[in-house]
Design a protein around this ligand. Structure first.
Ligand code: ADP
Ligand code: MG
Length: 584
């Protein structure tokens, strides 16, 4: 599925130039000396996911197209299939097998030259962006966060259902109805729509040019790929349309303005429900309830008691009191909330503590952090938060294949905290709450601190009741807390998650853990934990905080791994055949 919208399989190769023209390739080969077997790789502009091998032999240039086959392998016409472009080049460096000569010397990109992004690369990013924007009506940071955290899922959705949601898609209408719709209103060149053809369940494209409507059949080949007659083939209708906006590819004119479907459901309905699972953006807690300007008008730190209904159901407990379920009445809607209720005999210091926690949470707004709605002072002091009803991460053992996804979300929340100059100081699996199986939020800001603008750490005057097993050496030795020490805790949290909620450092006591760490020892790799993820934990447990990565790096590392496994599982050899057959 979605072959073309997957990452470039050659992106990491030093002799890969991306989307450059044949003439440019020849320039680079000239510059590098024109020796026999000198070669480079570039993106094929005609076939999606394909490459071109450009090489030199006897002072002549040769260009071989490398096609991506249906089963995901790569081959030069008439040659053997290989699992990737890299493997293919390796093969031809040993055996010419029909080429002008063997590949002898890679013509690497000169220093500072990056692979040229191709039309399809930016198309992929734009598709994801537009899809998220239109489907969930997001903008700004909420949009960026959604794209980063859900790109693999969104790409999959796009591949199967995107066209149904596009304004230019008119469903099953007849040819004359299409003409009627295109002729109504202005008729600029390039105005178009796509319709389903009743005859054989294929599609057609109808396009205005010079006040005349032209119709093109969209064919689907045996493998399910779409194309206009003689045109480039695509896995999805949306890609076809996006491509035809850039290049006429045989049409009389390229596509410009969509003729909007008048019967388009205004609400993006449950087209993909059932077909896929709930994404964070589908939930009511992805954005703040105050992201609605109407609701923002009423936003205050202190909430009215009569807008708050408290259930008897307890969600959890701590030494401060308990957390109860409830409902908070806003202007336009009622929202489920979790209410941290202070014990009734609350003394001033305990109240102050909770107010400090509230002040911190008040300043935070991120999809991967539990938001505070406000505080309420009535029968006791209460902290009202958005609800994360899935319970803490360490108690969550059901589905085990999405730990990477959840931990990536935690890294995004922590990166946000780091950017805002807050230290959490109690990051642990028990304080990561789930909204659902695929959506995690960081909670419990009871120990958190806002750092001064010029400070990189917070210094605690005295040690308190600290979660030592989660703390970096500098916290314990010098009481110094920074985002870097949160990174250490993140490593321990990762370890807990990949161990399905086991307790870190087994039965060791706090002081034993300290000497264990001082001896240079670290916890072992949890059973079945991917090596890449254990390597990241070890990075988080770098002894010196100066050398430890920050959350920007941590998020990047886990994101790459998360995307890479999302690609594999959706594009693996066994699943591919099935999903192809399932395409409409
Ligand atoms: P403590 O400071 O005592 O650790 P927490 O803030 O971690 O308090 O909350 C204790 C428990 O209450 C959590 O483990 C969880 O079960 C429940 N809880 C806290 N906040 C929420 C929330 N926003 N949504 C749902 N449950 C929550
Ligand atoms: Mg807690």
């Amino acid at each position: 599925m979605a072959i073309q919208i997957m990452p470039d399989a050659a992106a990491h190769l030093p002799f890969y130039y991306g989307s450059i023209a044949r003439s440019e390739a020849e320039e680079y080969l000239k510059l590098a000396g024109m020796s026999d077997g000198l070669f480079l790789l570039r993106q094929c502009l005609r076939s999606l996911g394909g490459y071109v091998l450009s090489m030199v032999c006897n002072l002549q240039f040769y260009h071989y197209a490398i096609e991506r086959q249906m089963n995901g392998t790569y081959a030069i016409a008439g040659g053997k299939a290989h699992c990737g472009p890299e493997e293919l080049c390796e093969f031809y460096s040993k055996d010419a097998d029909g080429l002008c000569c063997t590949l002898r010397k890679p013509c690497n990109r000169p220093c500072g030259v990056d692979p040229q992004p191709g039309v399809f690369d930016s198309m992929r990013d734009n598709m994801v962006r537009e899809y998220v924007r239109q489907t969930w009506k997001l903008e700004g940071d909420a949009l960026e966060q959604a794209i980063i955290s859900q790109a693999p899922q969104v790409e999959k959705l796009i591949a199967t259902t995107a066209h149904e949601r596009m304004p230019w898609y008119h469903g099953s209408i007849a040819r004359d109805e299409a003409e009627r719709r295109l002729y109504s209103g202005a008729q600029p060149d390039g105005k178009f729509l796509l319709r389903e053809r009743k005859e054989n369940s294929a599609y057609a494209l109808s396009l205005v040019y010079g006040k005349t409507v032209y119709h093109y059949r969209i064919d689907q080949d045996k493998s399910g790929k779409y194309s206009i007659p003689e045109g480039t083939k695509f896995d999805t209708l949306w890609q076809l349309v996006e491509y035809l906006k850039l290049k006429p590819d045989g049409l009389i004119f390229y596509l410009r303005e969509a003729c909007p479907n008048p019967n388009m459901p205004g609400e993006l309905t449950s087209l993909s429900a059932g077909k896929s699972r709930l994404l964070p953006m589908d939930t009511s807690v992805y954005e703040s309830p105050y992201s609605d300007p109407e609701e923002l008008k009423d936003k205050k730190l202190f909430l009215k008691r009569d807008h708050l209904m408290i259930d008897e159901v307890e969600l959890g407990a701590g030494n401060f009191g308990c957390v109860k379920k409830g409902v908070y009445k806003m202007r336009k809607k009622q929202i489920d909330v979790a209410i941290k209720v202070l014990k009734s005999n609350n003394e001033k210091t305990v109240k102050d503590e909770m107010m400090k926690e509230a002040q911190i949470m008040h300043q935070l707004d991120n999809p991967y952090i539990v938001r505070m709605i406000g505080v309420c002072e009535a029968e006791s002091l209460m902290l009202v938060m958005e609800m994360a009803s899935g319970g803490p991460l360490n108690k969550f053992l059901a589905s085990r294949n999405n730990i990477v996804e959840l931990m990536h979300q935690v890294s995004m929340g922590m990166k946000y905290l780091e950017e805002k100059n807050f230290v959490h100081r109690d990051l642990a699996a028990r304080n990561v709450l789930l909204v659902n199986q695929h959506y995690a939020k960081i909670s419990d800001f009871g120990l958190s601190k806002a750092l001064g603008a010029d400070d990189s750490y917070y210094k605690a005057r005295t040690a308190g009741k600290w979660p030592l097993k989660w703390y970096a050496p500098e916290c314990i030795l010098y009481h110094k807390f920074s985002s870097k020490s949160d990174v250490w805790s993140y490593g321990v949290t990762m370890w807990e998650a990949f161990s399905y909620g086991q307790k870190p450092y087994k039965k060791m006591k706090g002081p034993e853990v300290i000497s264990f760490i001082e001896q240079g020892k670290r916890m072992d790799c949890p059973t079945d934990c991917p090596a890449e993820m254990y390597a990241l934990m070890q990075q988080c447990w770098t002894y010196r905080w100066e050398e430890r990565p920050g959350f920007t790096t941590v998020e990047n590392v886990i994101r790459s791994y998360y995307y890479s496994i999302a690609t594999k599982t959706e594009n693996g050899p066994e699943t591919e055949g099935k999903s192809k057959a399932a395409l409409p």
